[in-house]
Design a binder for this molecule. Structure first.
Ligand code: AMO
Length: 429
Protein backbone atom coordinates (compact mmCIF):
# COMPACT_ATOMS: atom_id res chain seq x y z
CA UNK A 1 0.00 0.00 0.00
CA UNK A 2 1.27 3.47 -0.84
CA UNK A 3 1.90 5.90 2.03
CA UNK A 4 -0.33 8.96 2.19
CA UNK A 5 -0.07 12.14 4.31
CA UNK A 6 -2.46 12.96 7.14
CA UNK A 7 -3.68 16.03 5.23
CA UNK A 8 -4.91 13.69 2.47
CA UNK A 9 -7.05 11.53 4.78
CA UNK A 10 -10.39 13.14 3.98
CA UNK A 11 -10.20 11.74 0.45
CA UNK A 12 -9.94 8.21 1.89
CA UNK A 13 -12.89 7.89 4.31
CA UNK A 14 -13.91 4.22 4.62
CA UNK A 15 -10.63 2.99 3.11
CA UNK A 16 -7.53 1.25 4.42
CA UNK A 17 -4.59 3.67 4.43
CA UNK A 18 -0.93 3.68 5.33
CA UNK A 19 0.50 6.65 7.27
CA UNK A 20 4.03 7.34 8.53
CA UNK A 21 4.84 9.65 11.41
CA UNK A 22 5.60 10.12 15.09
CA UNK A 23 3.57 9.29 18.18
CA UNK A 24 2.44 12.70 19.40
CA UNK A 25 0.15 11.83 22.30
CA UNK A 26 -1.01 8.67 24.14
CA UNK A 27 -4.21 8.72 26.15
CA UNK A 28 -5.21 5.45 27.84
CA UNK A 29 -8.89 5.45 28.87
CA UNK A 30 -9.79 2.04 30.28
CA UNK A 31 -10.16 -0.39 27.41
CA UNK A 32 -9.59 2.20 24.70
CA UNK A 33 -6.35 4.01 23.94
CA UNK A 34 -6.32 7.15 21.87
CA UNK A 35 -3.02 7.80 20.15
CA UNK A 36 -2.34 10.94 18.16
CA UNK A 37 -0.11 10.43 15.16
CA UNK A 38 1.77 13.39 13.69
CA UNK A 39 3.37 13.78 10.30
CA UNK A 40 4.67 16.86 8.51
CA UNK A 41 1.17 17.69 7.31
CA UNK A 42 -0.87 17.36 10.52
CA UNK A 43 -2.29 15.26 13.33
CA UNK A 44 -4.81 12.41 13.45
CA UNK A 45 -6.34 10.33 16.21
CA UNK A 46 -5.89 6.54 16.19
CA UNK A 47 -8.33 4.43 18.22
CA UNK A 48 -6.94 1.24 19.75
CA UNK A 49 -9.49 -1.11 21.30
CA UNK A 50 -8.10 -3.57 23.86
CA UNK A 51 -4.46 -3.64 24.89
CA UNK A 52 -2.19 -1.04 23.34
CA UNK A 53 1.29 -2.19 22.43
CA UNK A 54 3.78 -1.72 25.25
CA UNK A 55 6.54 -0.25 23.10
CA UNK A 56 4.41 2.72 22.09
CA UNK A 57 6.27 5.73 23.48
CA UNK A 58 5.96 9.42 22.76
CA UNK A 59 7.92 10.47 19.66
CA UNK A 60 8.71 6.96 18.42
CA UNK A 61 8.44 6.90 14.61
CA UNK A 62 6.14 4.40 13.04
CA UNK A 63 4.12 3.18 10.08
CA UNK A 64 0.41 2.87 10.84
CA UNK A 65 -2.13 1.08 8.69
CA UNK A 66 -5.84 1.33 9.48
CA UNK A 67 -9.31 2.31 8.29
CA UNK A 68 -10.37 5.97 8.05
CA UNK A 69 -13.61 6.96 9.85
CA UNK A 70 -15.40 10.25 10.21
CA UNK A 71 -16.09 11.20 13.82
CA UNK A 72 -17.17 14.75 14.66
CA UNK A 73 -15.87 14.22 18.21
CA UNK A 74 -12.32 13.48 17.04
CA UNK A 75 -10.03 16.56 17.18
CA UNK A 76 -9.75 16.77 13.39
CA UNK A 77 -13.09 15.11 12.56
CA UNK A 78 -11.35 11.97 11.29
CA UNK A 79 -9.80 8.98 13.00
CA UNK A 80 -8.15 5.68 12.17
CA UNK A 81 -9.63 2.44 13.51
CA UNK A 82 -7.92 -0.94 13.98
CA UNK A 83 -4.49 0.61 13.60
CA UNK A 84 -1.58 -1.78 12.99
CA UNK A 85 1.81 -0.36 13.97
CA UNK A 86 5.20 -1.12 12.46
CA UNK A 87 7.56 0.69 14.81
CA UNK A 88 10.54 2.20 12.98
CA UNK A 89 12.88 4.61 14.81
CA UNK A 90 13.39 3.60 18.44
CA UNK A 91 13.60 6.20 21.21
CA UNK A 92 16.39 6.51 23.76
CA UNK A 93 15.18 8.69 26.61
CA UNK A 94 13.84 8.48 30.15
CA UNK A 95 11.98 11.79 29.92
CA UNK A 96 11.71 14.04 26.87
CA UNK A 97 13.87 17.15 27.41
CA UNK A 98 10.96 19.31 26.19
CA UNK A 99 7.25 18.80 25.78
CA UNK A 100 6.28 18.45 22.13
CA UNK A 101 2.53 17.96 22.42
CA UNK A 102 1.50 20.86 24.67
CA UNK A 103 -0.40 23.70 23.04
CA UNK A 104 2.32 26.08 24.15
CA UNK A 105 5.92 25.00 24.26
CA UNK A 106 6.67 25.72 27.91
CA UNK A 107 10.46 25.42 27.79
CA UNK A 108 12.56 28.54 27.52
CA UNK A 109 13.76 29.58 24.06
CA UNK A 110 17.33 28.57 24.96
CA UNK A 111 16.23 25.03 25.89
CA UNK A 112 14.14 24.81 22.74
CA UNK A 113 17.09 25.88 20.61
CA UNK A 114 19.38 23.41 22.38
CA UNK A 115 16.91 20.65 21.49
CA UNK A 116 16.03 21.89 18.03
CA UNK A 117 15.28 18.50 16.44
CA UNK A 118 12.63 18.05 19.11
CA UNK A 119 11.29 21.60 19.49
CA UNK A 120 10.65 21.79 15.74
CA UNK A 121 8.35 18.78 16.07
CA UNK A 122 5.80 21.00 17.77
CA UNK A 123 3.33 21.95 15.01
CA UNK A 124 3.21 25.59 16.13
CA UNK A 125 7.00 25.93 16.07
CA UNK A 126 7.16 24.36 12.63
CA UNK A 127 4.36 26.61 11.39
CA UNK A 128 6.81 29.55 11.66
CA UNK A 129 8.96 27.92 9.02
CA UNK A 130 6.05 27.05 6.76
CA UNK A 131 5.26 30.79 6.71
CA UNK A 132 8.94 31.62 6.21
CA UNK A 133 9.17 29.19 3.31
CA UNK A 134 6.15 30.87 1.74
CA UNK A 135 7.72 34.34 2.15
CA UNK A 136 10.85 33.21 0.30
CA UNK A 137 8.77 31.45 -2.32
CA UNK A 138 6.59 34.56 -2.88
CA UNK A 139 9.70 36.71 -3.17
CA UNK A 140 10.88 34.43 -5.95
CA UNK A 141 7.59 34.13 -7.86
CA UNK A 142 6.76 37.83 -7.53
CA UNK A 143 10.14 38.96 -8.85
CA UNK A 144 10.19 36.39 -11.65
CA UNK A 145 6.83 37.74 -12.78
CA UNK A 146 8.51 41.17 -13.01
CA UNK A 147 11.36 39.89 -15.23
CA UNK A 148 13.97 39.47 -12.47
CA UNK A 149 16.56 36.65 -12.72
CA UNK A 150 17.65 34.62 -9.72
CA UNK A 151 21.40 34.70 -9.03
CA UNK A 152 23.76 32.96 -6.60
CA UNK A 153 26.86 34.89 -5.63
CA UNK A 154 29.92 33.97 -3.52
CA UNK A 155 29.76 34.20 0.23
CA UNK A 156 33.55 34.06 0.63
CA UNK A 157 34.77 37.45 -0.50
CA UNK A 158 37.82 39.68 -0.44
CA UNK A 159 36.51 43.02 0.85
CA UNK A 160 33.79 44.66 2.93
CA UNK A 161 30.60 45.64 1.11
CA UNK A 162 28.77 47.55 3.81
CA UNK A 163 31.73 49.27 5.44
CA UNK A 164 32.61 48.94 9.10
CA UNK A 165 34.53 46.20 10.79
CA UNK A 166 31.66 43.79 11.22
CA UNK A 167 33.21 41.01 9.13
CA UNK A 168 34.06 37.41 9.90
CA UNK A 169 37.51 36.54 8.62
CA UNK A 170 38.26 33.25 6.91
CA UNK A 171 41.61 31.61 6.15
CA UNK A 172 41.46 31.19 2.39
CA UNK A 173 44.58 29.16 1.62
CA UNK A 174 47.38 31.73 2.02
CA UNK A 175 45.02 34.73 1.93
CA UNK A 176 42.71 36.44 4.36
CA UNK A 177 39.10 36.46 3.18
CA UNK A 178 35.74 37.44 4.68
CA UNK A 179 32.20 36.11 4.89
CA UNK A 180 29.92 38.34 2.82
CA UNK A 181 27.94 40.97 4.76
CA UNK A 182 25.62 41.13 1.74
CA UNK A 183 25.68 40.35 -2.00
CA UNK A 184 25.75 44.11 -2.62
CA UNK A 185 28.65 44.40 -5.09
CA UNK A 186 27.75 41.26 -6.99
CA UNK A 187 24.10 42.11 -7.43
CA UNK A 188 25.07 45.52 -8.84
CA UNK A 189 27.65 43.90 -11.11
CA UNK A 190 25.05 41.46 -12.45
CA UNK A 191 22.69 44.31 -13.35
CA UNK A 192 25.57 45.83 -15.33
CA UNK A 193 26.50 42.44 -16.76
CA UNK A 194 23.25 42.45 -18.70
CA UNK A 195 20.76 40.72 -16.42
CA UNK A 196 19.12 44.15 -15.80
CA UNK A 197 17.04 42.85 -12.88
CA UNK A 198 18.30 40.32 -10.36
CA UNK A 199 17.42 38.86 -6.98
CA UNK A 200 19.13 36.53 -4.55
CA UNK A 201 18.01 34.55 -1.50
CA UNK A 202 21.15 33.79 0.44
CA UNK A 203 22.96 33.97 3.74
CA UNK A 204 24.62 37.16 4.95
CA UNK A 205 27.10 37.40 7.80
CA UNK A 206 27.52 40.16 10.35
CA UNK A 207 30.16 39.96 13.09
CA UNK A 208 28.11 42.44 15.12
CA UNK A 209 28.67 42.39 18.85
CA UNK A 210 24.95 42.62 19.44
CA UNK A 211 23.20 39.99 21.47
CA UNK A 212 19.64 41.28 21.08
CA UNK A 213 16.15 40.10 20.17
CA UNK A 214 16.62 41.43 16.60
CA UNK A 215 20.22 40.62 15.65
CA UNK A 216 21.70 37.44 14.22
CA UNK A 217 25.27 36.89 13.10
CA UNK A 218 24.05 34.84 10.16
CA UNK A 219 20.75 35.70 8.51
CA UNK A 220 18.96 35.18 5.21
CA UNK A 221 18.90 38.22 2.99
CA UNK A 222 16.24 38.69 0.31
CA UNK A 223 18.13 40.91 -2.12
CA UNK A 224 16.86 42.81 -5.15
CA UNK A 225 18.71 44.94 -7.68
CA UNK A 226 17.07 46.67 -10.62
CA UNK A 227 18.57 48.47 -13.59
CA UNK A 228 17.29 51.47 -15.53
CA UNK A 229 15.35 52.99 -12.63
CA UNK A 230 14.32 56.65 -12.54
CA UNK A 231 14.76 57.03 -8.77
CA UNK A 232 14.41 55.25 -5.42
CA UNK A 233 10.64 55.61 -5.44
CA UNK A 234 10.46 52.95 -8.15
CA UNK A 235 12.11 50.58 -5.66
CA UNK A 236 9.80 51.66 -2.86
CA UNK A 237 6.81 50.95 -5.11
CA UNK A 238 8.26 47.55 -6.04
CA UNK A 239 8.59 46.60 -2.37
CA UNK A 240 5.08 47.81 -1.57
CA UNK A 241 3.76 45.71 -4.47
CA UNK A 242 5.68 42.73 -3.10
CA UNK A 243 4.18 43.15 0.38
CA UNK A 244 0.69 43.19 -1.14
CA UNK A 245 1.46 40.11 -3.24
CA UNK A 246 2.88 38.37 -0.16
CA UNK A 247 -0.07 39.13 2.11
CA UNK A 248 -2.57 37.91 -0.50
CA UNK A 249 -0.59 34.67 -0.93
CA UNK A 250 -0.22 34.09 2.82
CA UNK A 251 -3.92 34.68 3.42
CA UNK A 252 -4.59 32.01 0.81
CA UNK A 253 -1.87 29.44 1.48
CA UNK A 254 -1.03 29.84 5.19
CA UNK A 255 -4.42 30.61 6.74
CA UNK A 256 -4.04 27.70 9.23
CA UNK A 257 -0.60 28.89 10.32
CA UNK A 258 -1.70 32.55 10.62
CA UNK A 259 -4.63 31.42 12.75
CA UNK A 260 -2.27 29.54 15.11
CA UNK A 261 -0.56 32.89 15.76
CA UNK A 262 -3.85 34.84 15.74
CA UNK A 263 -2.60 36.99 12.89
CA UNK A 264 -4.86 38.66 10.36
CA UNK A 265 -3.19 40.29 7.39
CA UNK A 266 -4.86 43.20 5.59
CA UNK A 267 -5.90 42.53 2.00
CA UNK A 268 -4.32 45.83 0.86
CA UNK A 269 -1.48 47.87 2.31
CA UNK A 270 -0.66 51.40 1.32
CA UNK A 271 2.58 52.45 2.99
CA UNK A 272 3.27 56.05 4.08
CA UNK A 273 6.62 57.54 3.03
CA UNK A 274 8.23 59.98 5.45
CA UNK A 275 11.61 61.70 5.08
CA UNK A 276 13.90 60.80 7.99
CA UNK A 277 14.19 64.41 9.16
CA UNK A 278 10.42 64.71 9.40
CA UNK A 279 10.24 61.42 11.33
CA UNK A 280 12.78 62.75 13.81
CA UNK A 281 10.70 65.91 14.25
CA UNK A 282 7.55 63.83 14.84
CA UNK A 283 9.36 61.78 17.50
CA UNK A 284 10.49 64.93 19.24
CA UNK A 285 7.15 66.73 19.08
CA UNK A 286 4.81 63.84 19.83
CA UNK A 287 6.91 61.68 22.16
CA UNK A 288 9.61 64.07 23.38
CA UNK A 289 12.06 61.55 21.95
CA UNK A 290 15.34 62.79 20.51
CA UNK A 291 17.15 60.77 17.84
CA UNK A 292 20.81 60.14 17.04
CA UNK A 293 22.22 62.30 14.21
CA UNK A 294 21.01 61.05 10.82
CA UNK A 295 19.12 58.06 12.12
CA UNK A 296 16.48 56.87 14.54
CA UNK A 297 17.23 54.28 17.21
CA UNK A 298 15.37 51.11 18.19
CA UNK A 299 13.06 52.94 20.59
CA UNK A 300 12.39 55.59 17.92
CA UNK A 301 11.42 52.86 15.43
CA UNK A 302 8.86 51.51 17.90
CA UNK A 303 7.40 54.96 18.69
CA UNK A 304 7.25 55.95 15.04
CA UNK A 305 5.39 52.74 14.20
CA UNK A 306 2.89 53.55 16.94
CA UNK A 307 2.39 57.02 15.43
CA UNK A 308 1.98 55.66 11.90
CA UNK A 309 -0.47 53.00 13.08
CA UNK A 310 -2.63 55.64 14.78
CA UNK A 311 -2.41 58.23 12.01
CA UNK A 312 -2.39 56.08 8.85
CA UNK A 313 -3.62 52.68 10.16
CA UNK A 314 -0.44 51.18 8.69
CA UNK A 315 1.93 48.61 10.21
CA UNK A 316 4.60 49.77 7.75
CA UNK A 317 6.39 53.03 7.09
CA UNK A 318 9.08 53.91 4.55
CA UNK A 319 11.68 56.35 5.87
CA UNK A 320 13.40 58.21 3.04
CA UNK A 321 16.31 60.62 2.50
CA UNK A 322 19.01 59.37 4.86
CA UNK A 323 22.16 61.52 5.12
CA UNK A 324 25.25 60.67 3.06
CA UNK A 325 27.32 60.16 6.20
CA UNK A 326 25.01 57.35 7.41
CA UNK A 327 24.87 55.33 4.21
CA UNK A 328 27.52 53.19 2.49
CA UNK A 329 29.76 54.77 -0.17
CA UNK A 330 27.77 53.26 -3.05
CA UNK A 331 24.60 55.26 -2.20
CA UNK A 332 23.39 57.93 -4.65
CA UNK A 333 23.37 61.48 -3.22
CA UNK A 334 20.15 63.42 -3.76
CA UNK A 335 20.82 66.74 -5.53
CA UNK A 336 17.42 68.07 -4.43
CA UNK A 337 18.20 67.45 -0.75
CA UNK A 338 21.80 68.54 -0.12
CA UNK A 339 23.70 66.16 2.16
CA UNK A 340 21.02 63.49 1.73
CA UNK A 341 20.82 60.29 -0.33
CA UNK A 342 18.25 58.55 -2.49
CA UNK A 343 17.87 55.80 0.06
CA UNK A 344 15.22 54.38 2.36
CA UNK A 345 14.42 51.97 5.16
CA UNK A 346 11.20 50.05 5.65
CA UNK A 347 10.01 49.82 9.27
CA UNK A 348 7.45 47.11 10.08
CA UNK A 349 5.77 47.09 13.49
CA UNK A 350 8.66 48.91 15.13
CA UNK A 351 11.58 47.14 13.42
CA UNK A 352 13.68 47.96 10.36
CA UNK A 353 13.20 45.07 7.94
CA UNK A 354 14.66 46.64 4.78
CA UNK A 355 17.36 49.00 3.61
CA UNK A 356 17.56 50.13 0.01
CA UNK A 357 18.28 52.93 -2.38
CA UNK A 358 19.57 54.12 -5.69
CA UNK A 359 23.32 53.59 -6.28
CA UNK A 360 25.97 55.76 -7.85
CA UNK A 361 26.37 54.36 -11.38
CA UNK A 362 29.03 56.66 -12.82
CA UNK A 363 32.58 55.27 -12.55
CA UNK A 364 34.30 58.60 -11.79
CA UNK A 365 31.64 59.64 -9.31
CA UNK A 366 31.86 56.32 -7.47
CA UNK A 367 35.66 56.45 -7.38
CA UNK A 368 35.55 60.00 -5.98
CA UNK A 369 33.01 58.94 -3.36
CA UNK A 370 35.14 55.98 -2.27
CA UNK A 371 37.99 58.43 -1.67
CA UNK A 372 35.64 60.84 0.14
CA UNK A 373 34.71 58.00 2.49
CA UNK A 374 38.42 57.59 3.33
CA UNK A 375 38.65 54.29 1.43
CA UNK A 376 41.08 53.22 -1.30
CA UNK A 377 39.75 52.68 -4.84
CA UNK A 378 42.35 49.92 -5.38
CA UNK A 379 40.62 47.88 -2.64
CA UNK A 380 37.49 47.78 -4.79
CA UNK A 381 39.19 46.85 -8.08
CA UNK A 382 36.79 44.37 -9.67
CA UNK A 383 33.71 46.24 -8.40
CA UNK A 384 34.87 49.61 -9.72
CA UNK A 385 36.00 48.16 -13.04
CA UNK A 386 32.50 46.93 -13.73
CA UNK A 387 31.37 50.58 -13.82
CA UNK A 388 33.58 51.38 -16.82
CA UNK A 389 31.36 49.75 -19.41
CA UNK A 390 28.05 51.54 -19.49
CA UNK A 391 26.55 50.84 -16.06
CA UNK A 392 22.92 51.99 -16.16
CA UNK A 393 21.20 53.87 -13.32
CA UNK A 394 20.17 51.23 -10.82
CA UNK A 395 19.23 50.48 -7.24
CA UNK A 396 17.81 47.84 -4.98
CA UNK A 397 17.01 46.73 -1.47
CA UNK A 398 17.35 43.83 0.94
CA UNK A 399 14.78 42.37 3.33
CA UNK A 400 15.90 40.36 6.36
CA UNK A 401 13.93 37.10 6.09
CA UNK A 402 13.98 36.33 9.81
CA UNK A 403 12.98 39.89 10.69
CA UNK A 404 9.96 39.97 8.39
CA UNK A 405 8.89 36.49 9.59
CA UNK A 406 9.22 37.54 13.21
CA UNK A 407 7.15 40.70 12.83
CA UNK A 408 4.55 39.07 10.64
CA UNK A 409 3.84 36.38 13.24
CA UNK A 410 4.27 38.64 16.28
CA UNK A 411 7.24 36.66 17.66
CA UNK A 412 9.28 38.21 20.45
CA UNK A 413 12.75 37.09 19.43
CA UNK A 414 14.38 36.75 16.00
CA UNK A 415 15.78 33.35 17.03
CA UNK A 416 12.22 31.99 17.02
CA UNK A 417 12.17 32.75 13.29
CA UNK A 418 15.52 31.02 12.68
CA UNK A 419 15.82 27.29 12.14
CA UNK A 420 19.32 27.06 13.63
CA UNK A 421 20.39 30.51 14.86
CA UNK A 422 23.94 31.75 14.95
CA UNK A 423 24.46 34.44 17.54
CA UNK A 424 27.32 35.58 19.73
CA UNK A 425 26.93 32.56 21.99
CA UNK A 426 25.47 29.96 19.73
CA UNK A 427 27.46 27.96 17.20
CA UNK A 428 25.50 24.72 17.76
CA UNK A 429 23.33 22.87 16.89
P1 AMO B 1 21.47 46.40 5.69
O1 AMO B 1 22.82 46.26 6.25
O2 AMO B 1 20.59 47.44 6.32
O3 AMO B 1 21.54 46.72 4.14
O4 AMO B 1 20.71 45.02 5.77
C1 AMO B 1 19.47 44.83 5.10
C2 AMO B 1 18.45 44.13 5.98
O5 AMO B 1 19.01 42.91 6.46
C3 AMO B 1 18.54 42.63 7.76
N1 AMO B 1 19.68 42.54 8.70
C4 AMO B 1 19.74 41.71 9.75
N2 AMO B 1 18.89 40.78 10.20
C5 AMO B 1 19.23 40.08 11.31
N3 AMO B 1 20.40 40.26 11.96
C6 AMO B 1 21.29 41.19 11.56
N4 AMO B 1 22.45 41.34 12.22
C7 AMO B 1 20.99 41.96 10.40
N5 AMO B 1 21.64 42.93 9.71
C8 AMO B 1 20.82 43.27 8.69
C9 AMO B 1 17.62 43.76 8.15
C10 AMO B 1 18.10 44.89 7.27
O6 AMO B 1 17.09 45.85 7.03
N6 AMO B 1 23.26 46.04 1.02
C11 AMO B 1 22.24 46.65 1.83
C12 AMO B 1 20.89 46.50 1.22
C13 AMO B 1 20.67 47.25 -0.08
O7 AMO B 1 20.86 48.50 -0.07
O8 AMO B 1 20.29 46.61 -1.10
C14 AMO B 1 22.25 46.01 3.22
O9 AMO B 1 22.77 44.94 3.44
O10 AMO B 1 16.30 43.37 7.82
Amino acid sequence: MEKIFISELEKHVGQQVKLCGWVHKINRLGKVTFVTLRDSSGLVQLVIEGDAIDDLKLEISTIVEGIVFENPKAPTGLELHEPRFTLLGKTYYEMLPIEVNGYKNKSSLEVQLDNRSLSLRSPKTRAVFKVQEEIASCFRTFLKSRMFSEIHTPKIISSSTEGGSEMFTVHYFDKRAFLAQSPQFYKQMMVGAGFERVFEIGHAYRAELHNTWRHLNEYVSLDVEMGFIADEFELIQLEEDFINYLFAALNKKCSKELELFQVTLPSKVSIPRIPLKEAQEILLEVYDKSSPVGNIDAEGEILLSKYVKEKYASDFVFLTKYPISKRPMYTMPDPDYPGMTKSFDLIYKGLEITTGGQRIHDYEELKANIIKFGLKPEDFGFYLDSFKYGMPPHGGFAIGLERITMKLLGLQNIREATLLPRDMKRLEP
